[in-house]
Design a protein around this ligand. Structure first.
Ligand code: FE2
Length: 231
């Protein structure tokens, strides 16, 4: 069995677990991965062809698993509509660390490497993110893409307690952070998000479509579930 098949099997297993434990987080993870891949593919990151291929693989898999640490959060907390207690909030704030720790336990160097992006996906350019309040220059480029994709995906999908916001509103809210995170590439990142077409609401795409049998980013993009055509 090839290494990529083993990696895909581990990712698929994690997503199946997430889908069974907290379906909304699973759907959100798929959506975040699609937005992340869309940004990654549309922006010229000035990478060599081989670096670009591994960059896209890392973005896809880190985005798919960015919230996997929520498997350790009680679903009553994840679904709570009232405001959280301090203790419950602390629990939620730990999910990037728990997710990274899960990946670090796997006997696979690449999945261990992307643990960093999972751990950093809620860090912010102003240094007020969590869990470590990292400074901007400490946050990896892939973590920045996933941060923006995560928030864009979250804002533009319906939640039990609120309706999805329009793309323009989400972009306005994210504007300053996109600028801080991506500098001269901020315009290209924004253009990519403007071009991301997906109906608001939850989208169900079986995990196997994204990761089974060595399915590559290209195959995902060129399949009937291509990013531009995703609805
Ligand atoms: Fe998260």
């Amino acid at each position: 069995m090839e290494l990529s098949e083993i990696q895909n099997g581990m990712i698929r297993m994690a997503l199946v677990a997430l889908e069974s434990v907290h379906e909304a987080t699973y759907h959100h993870s798929i959506r975040t991965a699609k937005v992340s891949i869309h940004i990654a593919a549309k922006v010229d990151w000035c990478l060599s062809e081989s670096d670009r291929a591994s960059y896209l693989d890392d973005i896809r898999d880190a985005a798919l698993l960015h919230d996997i640490g929520k498997l350790s959060c009680p679903t009553q907390i994840l679904d709570k509509k009232e405001s959280l207690t301090d203790r419950e909030r602390e629990n939620i704030l730990c999910h990037p660390i728990w997710g990274a720790d899960m990946l670090l336990t796997l006997p696979d160097k690449r999945l261990q490497r992307i643990a960093r992006f999972v751990r950093e996906h809620h860090e912010q350019p102003d240094g007020k993110g969590y869990p470590f309040r990292l400074d901007l220059d400490e946050i990896a480029p892939i973590s920045r893409v996933i941060n923006i994709a995560d928030r864009f995906a979250a804002m533009t999908e319906n939640r039990p307690y609120r309706k999805a916001v329009p793309t323009e509103v989400a972009l306005e809210i994210l504007h300053l952070d996109i600028k801080a995170f991506f500098g001269e590439k901020a315009g290209a990142v924004t253009d990519a998000l403007v071009g991301f077409k997906m109906k608001p609401g939850l989208v169900h795409i079986p995990a196997k479509v994204l990761s089974a049998s060595g399915t590559s980013y290209r195959e995902v993009r060129e399949s009937g579930l291509s990013l531009a055509a995703a609805h």
